[in-house]
Design a protein around this ligand. Structure first.
Ligand code: 3PG
Length: 392
C-alpha cells in the first residue's frame, strides 16, 4: 500500500485516523503506548511541514449522552507532551470548533478532534458524517491498527469520500500487519501459538485457523475449562461456556495432537488471592473450587514447547494474572517467550498488559497495539479499512 512516507505533505492538510483508545483513570492516561506507537507517522507529517488533523474514538460512549468521561482531551495533552509542542484540541468532531481549528492550522501544526463516537454517524458508517470529515483534508492516512477490524465511518466511509485524493497507510499499521502476516504466512518452524482468555467463543475462529498453520496450539485461561468439560472432566465452580461444549469437542477432534490442553490446574475456593488453594490434575477440580490458573506441570510443559519454537504467537493470559499467586502460569509463559530466540508476537489487550506487568516488553519481537484487530489477523481475516487505501 501507498505509505505516508510516499506522499508530499508539505503545506497539505492530512487527516490521520489513529487509535488513541487508551485506558483512563479520571483524566489521567494509565497506559499511553498507543499514542507513543503513533508518533512515527505523526512526526513524519509534522517534520515535513504538513498540517495534521488527528481523529480517534475512545471507549464506547452513547452518542447524545453526557460523555465527558470519554473526551480525547487527555490524549491531546499527552501528545503535546510527547511531541514537545503545542497540540490544539477541538471540542467537537465536525462542528464549528473543529472547522475553525482545522482552518487555523499552520505548517507543522496539529489538532486533535473530539471523540468520533460522540457522533452517531461514526459507528453507522454514515456517508454524510464522513463527507464532513473528508472535506477537512487533502490526504487521508490510516494509522489506527487497533481499529482496523472495524468498518466505522472514519475507517471506511471517510477514505471512500476522498476520491481522487491520496489515501495512505501509516507506519504503525504497516509494521503491525507486516509482523503478523509474516508470522502467520511464512512462519519459521516449529510455530507455537498460545491462546488464553476467558471464552472459547472469542477464539473459535482463531483456534480453527491456527490449527491449520501452527505446529502446536496451547490452550490456557478459563476457556480451558470448557475444553475440560468437553472431555468429561470435573470443573467445579470454574467459568465455563456450557453452550460451547459441543464445539470444544469438535476442536479437540480436529486438533489431534496439535491441540495441547492443560494437564493440571491451580484452583481456589473463592475468586481472591487469599482463598484456599489447591493444585489438581486437569478435569479433577472439586465442586467447591474454581480453576484460576494453569498448574505448575502445565506451566513447565508450555514453557518447554516455547523454548523449542522458532515462531511464537501469544494471545490471552493463562490465568488470573492480576491476582497473585494465580499469575504464575502467565508469568512462566511470558518468561519462556522472553528467553527464547523465537520470533515472538504478543497480541494486544491482556497479554500486552501481562508482558508489561512482568517488565518483559523489550524481550519480545513485537507487542501489538491491537486486541480485536490482532485476533482478526490470527483468524485470517482481511481488513476492508486497509484494502481500500491506495496501492503503491
Ligand atoms: C480496541 O481497543 O480494541 C480498539 O480501540 C477498538 O475498540 P472497539 O472494540 O470499541 O471498536
Amino acid at each position: 500500500k501507498l505509505s505516508i512516507a510516499d506522499v508530499d505533505v508539505s503545506g497539505k492538510k492530512v487527516l490521520m485516523r489513529v487509535d488513541f483508545n487508551v485506558p483512563l483513570d479520571g483524566d489521567k492516561i494509565t497506559d499511553d503506548r498507543r499514542i507513543e506507537m503513533a508518533l512515527p507517522s505523526i512526526k513524519s507529517v509534522v517534520d515535513r511541514g504538513g498540517q495534521l488533523i488527528l481523529m480517534s474514538h475512545l471507549g464506547r460512549p452513547e452518542p447524545g449522552e453526557d460523555n465527558s468521561a470519554y473526551s480525547l482531551k487527555p490524549a491531546a495533552v499527552r501528545l503535546g507532551e510527547l511531541l514537545g509542542k503545542e497540540v490544539a484540541f477541538a471540542s467537537d468532531t465536525v462542528g464549528d470548533d473543529a472547522a475553525a481549528k482545522v482552518a487555523a492550522l499552520t505548517d507543522g501544526g496539529v489538532v486533535v478532534l473530539e471523540n468520533l463516537r460522540f457522533e452517531k454517524g461514526e459507528k453507522k458508517g454514515d456517508a454524510a458524517f464522513a463527507g464532513k470529515l473528508a472535506a477537512f483534508a487533502d490526504i487521508y492516512c490510516n494509522d489506527a491498527f487497533g481499529t482496523c477490524h472495524r468498518t466505522d465511518a472514519s475507517m471506511v466511509a471517510v477514505p471512500e469520500a476522498m476520491d481522487g485524493k491520496p489515501k495512505v497507510v501509516g507506519f504503525l499499521v504497516e509494521k503491525e500487519i507486516t509482523y503478523l502476516s509474516d508470522a502467520i504466512g511464512n512462519p519459521k518452524r516449529p510455530f507455537v501459538a498460545i491462546l488464553g482468555g476467558a471464552k472459547v467463543s472469542d477464539k473459535i475462529m482463531v483456534i480453527k485457523n491456527l490449527l491449520g498453520i501452527c505446529d502446536k496450539v496451547l490452550i490456557g485461561g478459563a476457556m480451558a475449562y470448557t475444553f475440560s468439560l468437553a472431555q468429561g472432566g470435573k470443573v467445579g465452580k470454574s467459568l465455563v461456556e456450557k453452550d460451547k461444549v459441543e464445539l470444544a469437542k469438535e476442536l479437540i477432534a480436529a486438533g489431534g495432537d496439535k491441540l495441547v490442553l492443560p494437564v493440571d490446574t491451580h484452583c481456589g475456593d473463592d475468586f481472591s488471592g487469599d482463598c484456599n488453594k489447591l493444585v489438581v490434575k486437569a478435569g479433577e477440580i472439586p465442586d467447591e473450587y474454581e480453576g484460576l490458573d494453569v498448574g505448575p506441570e502445565t506451566a513447565k510443559l508450555y514453557a518447554d514447547l516455547v523454548k523449542d519454537a522458532q515462531t511464537v504467537v501469544w494471545n490471552g493470559p493463562m490465568g488470573v494474572f492480576e491476582m497473585p499467586p494465580f499469575d504464575a502460569g502467565t508469568k512462566a509463559v511470558a518468561e519462556a517467550i522472553a528467553e527464547s530466540d523465537a520470533i515472538s508476537i504478543i497480541g494486544g489487550g491482556d497479554s500486552a498488559a501481562a508482558i508489561g506487568q512482568f517488565g518483559l516488553d523489550d524481550k519480545v519481537t513485537h507487542v501489538s497495539t491491537g486486541g480485536g484487530a490482532s485476533l482478526s489477523m490470527l483468524e485470517g481475516q482481511a481488513f476492508k479499512a486497509v484494502d481500500i487505501l491506495d496501492d503503491k
